[in-house]
Design a protein around this ligand. Structure first.
Ligand code: ATP
Ligand code: MG
Length: 532
């Protein structure tokens, strides 16, 4: 394996291990089950599971399920499927909601220690009274309630005595703190919502800041890795752990993955699904893991991509062409091939993979009636056109050289047939062009779904204020075409994308039937793009 420099998280881990600060590492992947996983999550999964693998540690899958109105078991199941597909196995499957009793106890503990209070202010008042970075906040009129009163009110909140928004529980820290996070952060809010696991047991739910660190601590997570926007939360993460005197998990932040022509917000992806702007979460144009899987991207290619982009501390926009390059790279090594378009049946042994001409073979029937690609013939061809032209010669890939003698047209002047002769000589002789073909009698008609980028703007974080991100949907992101394939194609049930010679990689779609085969274009065969 190629040696690469340690990334900053690996440096921290190696230091912690060598200094005996930890015996072994435990990481976690903490998705909120409110949507399907996307390419950004793949980055986080490869990082968390990859680090544990590298250092002989473990990774928990922990659902961050504290927001019952948006969460669903459909998402819980899809997340597990996607992680397994990427090739990783979690140590334990856990839920933040498993810890609701413990979190509640800790909230009561803070109340008893005078470190939390019930606030009757409305959400707006709380926001207004937080102040700004230059202006200290205004203490709530309820900030100095007695411990007894706070306990009684908090228990009544839990018992369902108050309506949503009527009361919240807040930590009592410092309303003038330079870090706004410390200005009496919310710990609990009232929500009369059915939870996908705890049902109707709770009508108060803990906030992210009062949940995440403690969950990490309960599981003895040694390195809690999250994205950069959480760096302002870190001091509070530490404050709860220190104040409660529990296992000292630590948080480290890395830059989220942003990709050109791609949006990775579950909220917006959900909107595209709900508005029918895509066919579903697994539409092959979506940046979701189920979408790219249906498109024919391989798990191996995604892992290669995540490894190549590395881990950085500064936000950056990655070129989606690098991902496409990884897909091509992986498929080039593994995929089979088939021809496309024109018919005595001679069965040729053709290599399954053109990159490996000596490797395994497939049988392709050759007849006197063949289909070829429309673009491979030109009547008034320029000099440099080395495909088929009147009186010109071309090699039919893997087989004979043919010469075009006559062009047959219909009443509208459309070319309907080329009459050719073949050179039966077994002697090899060079000709300039080679084209692909398929025997018409054996050909199977295919629906081809050719995809382009879902969005037209490279940096989707630059959508102007007065515009909607949906204005940048690419109207040509799906173009349906027709093709003809040799019989071997439909016998292949590997689920791996195959190479349609000189055209691209295609994978059979879940909509495909024997009567109506449907193939998704995974990626083009070539691209001028080269990674650094
Ligand atoms: P979204 O905004 O799409 O809903 P999220 O961060 O809210 O994303 P979570 O389910 O909370 O989604 O994320 C689970 C984990 O995946 C978190 O640790 C989060 O930081 C990480 N993650 C999410 N998006 C990205 C991304 N684009 N790049 C890297 N990591 C990401
Ligand atoms: Mg989230």
């Amino acid at each position: 394996m190629e040696e690469r420099k340690l990334n900053f998280i690996e440096e921290i881990i190696e230091k912690d291990l060598s200094e005996g600060k930890v015996d072994s590492i435990i990481t976690r992947f903490p998705p909120e089950p409110n949507g399907y996983l996307h390419l950004g999550h793949a980055k986080s999964i490869c990082l968390n599971f990859g680090l544990a693998q590298k250092y002989g540690g473990k990774t928990n899958l922990r659902y961050d399920d504290t927001n019952p109105t948006k969460e669903d078991t459909e998402y819980v199941d899809s997340i597990k499927e996607d992680i397994k597909w990427l090739g990783f196995q979690w140590e334990k499957e856990l839920y933040a909601s498993d810890y609701f009793d413990q979190l509640y106890e800790w909230a009561e503990e803070l109340i008893k220690r005078g470190l939390a209070y019930v606030d009757d202010q409305t959400q707006e008042q709380i926001r207004e009274n937080r102040g700004t970075v230059d202006k200290p906040g205004t203490p709530s009129p309820w900030r100095d309630r007695s411990v007894e009163e706070n306990l009684k009110l908090f228990r009544e909140m839990k018992a369902g005595k108050y309506a949503e928004g009527e009361k919240v529980l807040r930590a009592k820290i410092d309303m003038a703190h330079p870090n706004m996070m410390f200005r009496d952060p919310l710990l609990y809010r009232i929500k009369f919502a059915h939870h996908h696991r705890t049902g109707d047991k709770w009508c108060i739910y803990p906030m992210y800041d009062f949940t995440h660190g403690q969950c990490d601590s309960i599981e003895h997570i040694t390195h809690s890795i999250c994205t950069l926007e959480f760096d302002v939360h870190r001091p509070l993460y530490d404050w709860f752990i220190e104040t409660l005197g529990i296992y000292p998990s630590h948080q480290y932040e890395f830059a989220r993955l942003n990709l050109t022509y791609t949006l990775m917000s579950k909220r917006k992806l959900l909107e595209l699904v709900q508005k029918g702007l895509v066919s579903g979460w697994d539409d092959p144009r979506m940046p979701t893991l189920c979408g790219v899987r249906r498109r024919g991207y391989t798990a191996n290619a995604l892992r290669m991509f995540c490894d190549k982009i590395g881990v950085s501390k500064r936000d950056q926009l990655m070129d989606i062409q690098l991902l496409e390059w990884c897909v091509r790279q992986d498929l080039n090594e593994r995929s089979n091939i088939t021809n496309w378009p024109e018919g005595k049946v001679e069965w040729f042994d053709c290599p399954l993979n053109p990159a490996d001409p000596e490797g395994a073979k497939r049988k392709v029937p050759f007849t006197g009636n063949l289909l070829i690609d429309r673009a491979d013939f030109m009547e008034d061809a320029p000099k440099k056109f080395f495909r088929l032209k009147p009186d010109g010669e071309v090699r039919l890939k893997y087989t004979y050289i043919v010469k075009c003698n006559e062009v047959i047209k219909d009443e509208n002047g459309e070319i309907v047939e080329l009459r050719c002769t073949y050179d039966p000589s077994p002697e090899y002789r060079p000709v300039k062009g080679t084209i692909h073909w398929v025997s018409e009698a054996h050909a199977k008609e295919l629906e081809l779904r050719n995809y382009d980028r879902l969005f037209t703007l490279a940096d989707m974080s630059q959508v102007p204020e007065d515009r909607d991100y949906k204005d940048f949907l690419n109207p040509d992101s799906l173009i349906i075409g027709k093709g003809y394939a040799e019989p071997a194609l439909l016998q292949d049930k590997s689920g791996i994308a195959v190479q349609f010679e000189r055209t691209g990689y295609y994978v059979e779609d879940k909509d495909s039937t024997p009567e109506h085969p449907v193939f998704n274009k995974t990626t083009a065969l070539k691209d001028s793009y080269k990674p650094e």
